[in-house]
Design a protein around this ligand. Structure first.
Ligand code: 4AD
Length: 456
């Protein structure tokens, strides 16, 4: 029937012609009759005209309602987030005016699909930008409809795609280790325990130990799974549940591990920014973002201690840093922000690091370990070579007061053909906080979990 509106020409990829999405920016649509579906994202009512920006999760389209259309009850009571079907004709935006993708829809008909409240219940009242943070977290489901939050989620999806394709290109296989475990990886203090059919079990802190068991049968492996940490402090970079990107590589040296990390991070940034739409989100979110230059700065822990002393940045007790001190979050971030480039911080003292880390054969006080630090966030990756000697591992359990029994399957890797191997864990939300220039990792996941919050 030629009298029916034609679907928007820019959506030839969609099989059902009755549903029109706003995904493609195509300015060559003037004169096309279309039918679009979405929600009112912005609304400006004047005496003779209503301008609204429709959003459908794919894009934005300015729609112009005039004449008899705006004299209807539905038009006069229109509110933000109301879902609509609008029919009309595409036009270029007049040269002095602005609209998404420089196009607009001149409506000749519309129907309301689902109303949304106005006044005190209106979305922009409930999630006003100056609302207190708790109110915004309570209303995260509505905050996500905003341009900032939805852009971060789109960059997040692109980043996950980029990691997967980088791993694929390096022939690193994806596996899915369990989230319910009976071992700790990163210390007992941040374990979430629960009752597992009468036994104590934990939510995993890291899938590393399981990845190590895959090397003999599957070669290099990675996983992208949630990790859980019962962090007690409320900081802007700690979540209780976060998305952990972990990989484990067999028959490598520490130098190989460092080179691999640098190349994965740079490749992911290249892939993410090669998509012009995603690059635009990043530009809007973080106008000053620059892809990191290679090679990354490499700095030993001992050099960092000297650097902190020289720059009068004290340790947590307010004293000058000494070899053996933990470099706390505040000091680490100050250093990273001053140096203002990615840093590979290497060779941490064994006493500061997890039981499984391999000692440096040249200096057995320190480990073959590296934290990757990024400006604005600090540590985004923790990595190391793994202790591959059976006796040494048994010693390490003893030193940490860990019962080796539940780790028999991990220890067995040193018994049945051990190998020099290493790997890393990258916190996706921290990576995104850096890439998208967000103040906190809480803005970089769908529904953040942190101390005291497990809803919505
Ligand atoms: O340094 P972490 O604790 O290292 C491990 O878990 C290793 N077992 C990983 C491995 O080698 N396979 O954690 C790795 C990364 C950190 O650098 C950080 O980016 C992130 O995980 N991370 C957190 N992100 C958000 N909230 C938290 N509470 C986090 N704890 C760690």
């Amino acid at each position: 029937d030629s009298s029916l509106p034609k679907p928007l020409k820019i959506r030839l990829d969609v099989t059902d012609p009755s549903i029109v999405k706003l995904r493609t920016a195509d300015s060559d649509t003037a004169g096309t009759r279309v039918r679009v579906l979405g929600r009112v994202h912005r609304l400006r009512s004047q005496k003779d005209v209503i301008f609204l920006v429709l959003s459908d999760g794919y894009g934005y389209l300015q729609c112009v309602l005039t004449g008899d259309l705006i004299k209807t009850y539905d038009a006069m009571t229109l509110t933000l987030e109301t879902s609509l079907a609008i029919h009309g004709e595409m036009h270029a935006v007049p040269p002095t005016k602005h609209a998404p993708n420089d196009r607009e829809l001149h409506a000749d008909f519309f129907t309301v699909i689902g109303c949304a409240p106005g006044d005190m219940e209106a979305i922009n009242t409930r999630v006003a930008p100056n609302a207190d943070p708790q109110t915004l977290y309570d209303n995260r489901h509505l905050v996500l409809r905003g341009e900032t939050s939805s852009s971060v989620m789109k960059v997040r999806a692109a980043t996950l795609r980029a990691f997967r394709s980088t791993f694929e290109a390096n022939r690193i296989l994806e596996v899915t280790p369990p989230a319910m475990v009976q071992t700790q990886v990163e210390g007992g203090s941040t374990l979430f325990a629960f009752d597992y059919y009468g036994e104590t079990a934990y939510l995993t802190q890291s899938s590393q130990l399981y990845l190590e068991t895959c090397l003999p049968s599957l070669g290099d492996v990675f996983c992208i799974c949630p990790s859980f940490r019962a962090e007690r402090s409320l900081t802007r970079r700690h979540l209780s549940e976060y998305t952990h990107i972990e990989a484990e590589l067999d028959f490598i040296t520490f130098q190989d591990l460092l080179d691999h990390l640098e190349s994965v991070i740079c490749n992911v940034i290249d892939l993410v920014t090669a998509d012009s739409q995603v690059a635009r989100y990043i530009k809007d979110l973080n106008p000053n973002f620059q892809p990191p230059a290679r090679p990354f700065k490499r700095m030993k822990y001992s050099e960092a201690i000297d650097w902190l002393r020289e720059h009068n940045i004290p340790n947590e007790d307010g004293n000058p840093h000494e070899f053996g001190d933990d470099i706390a979050e505040a000091a680490e971030r100050k250093m990273t922000d001053i140096l203002n480039e990615p840093i590979f911080l290497t060779y941490f003292p064994a006493d500061l690091k997890a039981f499984y880390m391999k000692k440096d054969p040249e200096d057995r006080r320190v480990t073959e370990s590296v934290d990757v630090l990024m400006p604005g966030v600090g540590e985004i990756v923790g990595a190391s070579m793994r202790m591959d000697n059976w006796d040494e591992l048994m010693e390490a359990y003893k030193k940490e007061d860990m019962n080796p029994a539940p780790y028999y399957w991990y220890t067995d890797q040193r018994k049945y053909g051990t190998s020099p191997h290493g790997g890393y864990g990258l916190g996706l939300e921290r990576f995104l906080a850096w890439l998208c220039g967000r103040y906190t990792v809480r803005e970089c996941c769908l529904y953040p979990r942190f101390t005291g919050r497990c809803t919505p």
